[in-house]
Unconditional design. Structure first.
Lengths: 137, 317
């Protein structure tokens, strides 16, 4: 369902951007006439429509997902703005799966089994789950 | 009979575990057996401030320690809305890099090498690292700041969570760190370059910084990069572009001329030089540079064509 929805959104935004481009509306930076530093040595076609559209879609996707994860609209915009195209591409569609450093020790189910496993592996020095354990070596 | 097989299995299991526990993981082994000659035996950056982590806030806490160490005063509370994902109870790696840039520092992701991490610490730069404190199938992702090491005792010293000075055996540190793909980043004030910076990745990090920060800050970092890697095209263009943004056309012209001189096949250098000259109404020289840019062709040909057309139309006015 969500998959279908986001496919639909992707397609729609592509169409919207394409029509904007064909209407000749400006979709470029305010740095007119200059080659941006990151384009200077890039082998991709600078300002190529497809690259611009893909970057735009990635950013829209990250923006929507940030808000879905509980970030306010204004802050989400600023956060997307701080990402490079590459970074936006790296996390687009994956915000709910990528590592999110938060140190979520002791949530859902800490079974005795897991407790023991971690204790043993902590002592052996493979893990550092319990702050107070000391490795045997 | 069955009992003895079970016993044997158990013993083998214990043996394998012990074997694993007694051997060091690869990078630790390498660093301990053949450390880089120039690397001191131990180092600790005691002056790095400490912010104790609140629930789930290891990202903002770690980053604020690094930013403060780079001379940028910021609290974890300020960073929280820029980094934290409420529903994930954590912060993403790329946003750690992005938030650094928002606060006026260069963010550089290190090569996935323990060696490099230690060299950065020895050079005075704390390193933000991502650990998985548990297992792949039960991940507990955690950011911390590596501030010291001791090769003689095989230890890493961290500012981590509620602990101001956590000492981990190097091998345990590597096991937890390896699960994040050895992810590490440094935060640098404008004008400074990481000890272990690799030319192309670092210039890319600066151009990401340029997009969001004041041109002055990016420019001083490009200039520092040119000192380390003289003649780097992207850094030369970066100096020119930041000067152009600051409306210092004379400096921009100098930078682009240098880039064009060192890289006679760079469309970017000639195109931006043409634009800079045209803005000074020096159309004859501008036209010459624009024609050169167009003649070079390549992926930037379209931009060069537009610049040329723009100059020609301005000349008619």
């Amino acid at each position: 369902m969500t998959q279908q929805y986001s496919q639909f959104m992707r397609w729609t935004s592509r169409m919207v951007i394409l029509s904007m481009l064909t209407m000749g509306l400006p979709l470029q930076s305010a740095f007119a006439g200059m080659v941006e530093t990151d384009q200077a040595v890039s082998h991709e076609l600078a300002g190529q429509d497809r690259a611009r559209i893909n970057a735009f879609i990635d950013r829209e996707d990250v923006l929507a997902q940030l808000q879905k994860q509980g970030v306010t609209a204004g802050e989400a915009k600023a956060r997307v703005n701080a990402l490079t195209d590459d970074e936006a591409h790296k996390i687009a569609g994956k915000l709910d799966q990528l590592p999110a450093g938060g140190d979520v020790v002791g949530v859902v189910l800490i079974l005795v089994f897991i407790f023991v496993v971690f204790l043993v592996t902590d002592v052996l020095g493979f893990t550092h789950f319990f702050p107070s354990t000391r490795s045997a070596r | 009979m069955t009992m003895s097989i079970r016993n044997a299995r158990f013993l083998v299991g214990v043996f394998v575990l012990c074997l694993g526990a007694c051997a060091n993981p690869p990078q630790t082994r390498l660093v301990l057996s053949s450390p880089p000659v120039s690397l001191p035996r131990h180092a600790e950056l005691s002056e790095v401030p400490f912010f104790a982590q609140e629930a789930f806030q290891c990202g903002p806490a770690s980053l604020s320690m690094s930013l403060n160490a780079a001379g940028i005063a910021v609290t974890p509370e300020t960073l929280k809305p820029e980094l934290y994902l409420p529903d994930r109870h954590g912060s993403l790696q790329v946003e750690m890099l992005a938030a650094t840039r928002r606060h006026g520092a260069t963010a550089y992701q290190l090569a996935p090498e323990l060696n490099d991490m230690l060299r950065e610490i020895a050079a005075g730069t704390p390193v933000v690292i991502l650990q998985n404190l548990a297992f792949g199938w039960y991940p507990v992702w955690h950011y911390a700041v590596a501030i010291g090491y001791d090769l003689d005792h095989a230890e890493i010293i961290l500012r981590s969570g509620p602990e101001q000075r956590q000492i981990l055996p190097m091998r345990t540190f590597e096991y937890t760190w390896a699960r994040s793909g050895y992810w590490a980043m440094v935060v640098l004030p404008p004008g400074r370059i990481p000890e272990t910076a690799e030319e192309t990745s670092f210039i890319a990090a600066v151009s990401a910084f340029e997009k969001i920060t004041d041109p002055e800050r990016a420019q001083s970092t490009y200039i520092a990069a040119l000192n380390r890697w003289p003649g780097n095209l992207a850094a030369q263009i970066g100096v020119g572009n930041t000067a152009y943004r600051l409306h210092d056309l004379a400096q921009a012209e100098t930078a682009f001329r240098q880039a064009a001189h060192d890289h006679p096949d760079s469309v970017a250098a000639f195109n931006n030089l043409a634009q800079t000259l045209a803005d000074q109404t020096r159309y004859k020289e501008a036209l010459e540079a624009a024609h050169r840019a167009v003649s070079l062709g390549g992926p930037l040909a379209q931009v060069a064509q537009e610049t040329l057309a723009d100059i020609e139309s301005r000349m008619k006015l």
